[in-house]
Design a protein around this ligand. Structure first.
Ligand code: PMP
Length: 305
């Protein structure tokens, strides 16, 4: 990401700007207070969004999810949804970005050192638009390796990933485990041992030509990319079942893949050293991926910058 931004900044001959509470600041000066409860307590919500070729993919859906997350943590976003969309588009225009990874954040704002959110009178809105870093070479063609981590997905009554909150330690610990063991990505089980999702991706398997994905009761985020793939699968006539997935079902799947804004659709070729299917992206994954590529490039599926 750092190198990609640098290349964009060289082209622009200036730094990218970041939106904070109505103003734009050069990236190096875009800062928040150490008293912001987003930093002190992870008290806030966020979205990761992408723009493809001058169109922000599924922008309304991401903004709706941001406001749902905020509602769940009783955080009043000081902008209307339309104002949020306009602020985001303006930031992209200022940065002359047509292809971008966008991070939208709302923190509880500045308070005191206690955790009581009533001490934070004004939530902060931050919009970062940056260059995208592409997948590692060959990842999409060959698939990636994964491992089931010892880190269980947060339970649904706690810091659940159904809320896209700033509490991502759960995912980070799983990611560290994948990193230190030489896997491309980690998978998390929920508290009963069913497979929930990746650290920032939803999971699908294919068995006998049918798609299976875990339910929200595993504490997985309702992914916007997953929804795109589900609609696509239904349109193409594949049967789709939402049900609990055991590690055994995953190990013995014909195909498996992740979906997520950053990762897009990514075939999985291995789980804890067990080869998935043939060890190469399978026919259903390949078919969906080809159609998915068309959907993300279709301007009808987003908001024009
Ligand atoms: N699960 C988690 C925990 C995530 O953070 C993400 C990324 N936002 C996803 C799944 C995938 O969701 P989406 O397709 O909306 O990016």
């Amino acid at each position: 990401m750092e190198n990609a931004s640098k290349r964009v900044e060289d082209q622009l001959d200036k730094e990218l700007v970041v939106y904070i509470d109505g103003n734009h600041y050069p990236k190096s000066q875009a800062k928040v207070s150490v008293y912001d409860h987003g930093l002190l307590y992870g008290d806030g919500v966020f979205e990761g969004i992408r723009a493809y070729n001058g169109v922000v993919f599924k922008l309304k859906e991401h903004v709706d999810r941001l406001y749902r997350s905020a509602h769940a943590i009783m955080l009043n976003i000081p902008l209307s949804k339309e104002e949020m969309i306009q602020a985001l588009l303006e930031t992209l225009r200022k940065n002359k970005l047509k292809d971008s990874y966008i991070r939208l954040l709302v923190t509880r704002g500045i308070g005191d050192l206690g955790l009581d959110p009533r001490k934070c009178p004004k939530p902060s809105v931050i919009i970062i638009t940056d260059a995208i870093s592409l997948h590692a070479d060959g990842a999409e063609e060959n698939g990636i390796t994964t491992m089931l981590s010892w880190v269980r997905r947060n339970p649904v009554d706690s810091t659940t990933h159904e809320i896209k909150s700033l509490n991502y330690l759960n995912s980070i610990l799983a990611k560290i485990e994948a990193n230190t063991n030489g896997y491309d990505e980690a998978l998390c089980l929920e508290s009963n041992g069913y497979v929930a999702e990746g650290v920032g991706e939803n999971l699908f398997i294919v068995k006998n030509g049918e798609l299976i994905t875990p339910p929200p009761s595993t504490g997985a985020l309702a992914g916007i990319t997953a929804e795109v793939v589900v609609n696509l699968a239904v349109k193409l006539g594949y049967k789709l079942t939402v049900t609990n997935l055991t590690p055994f079902m995953l190990f013995t799947a014909d195909e498996a893949f992740f979906t997520g804004t950053a990762m897009e659709m990514m075939p999985i070729r291995e789980v804890n050293k067990r080869r998935i299917g043939s060890g190469k992206p399978g026919p259903v994954t390949k078919k969906l991926l080809a159609e998915f590529r068309k959907i993300i490039q279709d301007p009808a599926n987003g908001v024009k910058i």
